[in-house]
Write a new protein. Structure first.
Length: 193
């Protein structure tokens, strides 16, 4: 019986020294092999990192281009939305002016005999001079005023609009037209239209 470390070992035939030395040898060999394996693995990884520039460090900064790209895309979408909305609102405003002008002409004309193209043109010109919607539009023009056989007045306006953010790309603006119409009321009482 022999005491090793805090253990008591029973070794038959008295070969305790040989057994102990063989255990130490196995432990030392296993330790050397583990170190060699770790060193080999570390050198392979360091060579791979040195040859691959993307894997050379942690993934620092790889999210920044994505964030910048997404912000640029959102800015572009917002700009296009603002430009389209601005163009639509200005076109609708021109349409409202044409409708109001046609309605004003039908209210100004007193008799069906007075409803002709030249009288309607004069009333349309007077309406534009009085209301002055040219402040909202550039190059506002009265293109045509006509009265058809069923006493409907048709007014055609054209103007150049400058939507926000698009004026940089199109400095002269965009030409738009509007058509307004109104029917002359020839009888007293409620309308059947």
């Amino acid at each position: 019986m022999r005491r090793v470390g805090g253990l008591v070992m029973l070794i038959p035939n008295g070969s305790s020294a040989r057994l102990l030395s063989s255990v130490r040898e196995r432990y030392t060999n296993a330790r050397r092999q583990a170190r060699a394996h770790l060193l080999t693995r570390a050198s392979v990884q360091s060579r791979a990192l040195a040859s691959d520039p993307v894997a050379s460090g942690p993934e620092e900064g790889s999210i920044a281009p994505l964030i910048v790209g997404m912000l640029a895309l959102l800015l572009l979408i917002g700009s296009v939305t603002v430009a389209i909305t601005g163009a639509y609102l200005q076109t609708q405003h021109l349409q409202d002016v044409a409708d109001a002008q046609a309605n004003s002409i039908t209210r100004t004309i007193r008799t069906p005999e007075e409803a002709n193209g030249s009288a309607a043109w004069e009333y349309a010109s007077a309406y534009l001079a009085e209301v002055q919607p040219g402040q909202d539009f550039h190059a506002l023009r009265l293109e045509n005023v006509s009265v058809d056989s069923d006493h409907s007045v048709h007014v055609y306006l054209s103007a150049r609009i400058r939507p926000p953010l698009l004026s940089i790309l199109v400095p002269d603006g965009i030409e738009v037209t509007a058509h307004g119409s109104s029917r002359l009321k020839t009888s007293q009482g409620p309308s059947t239209d």
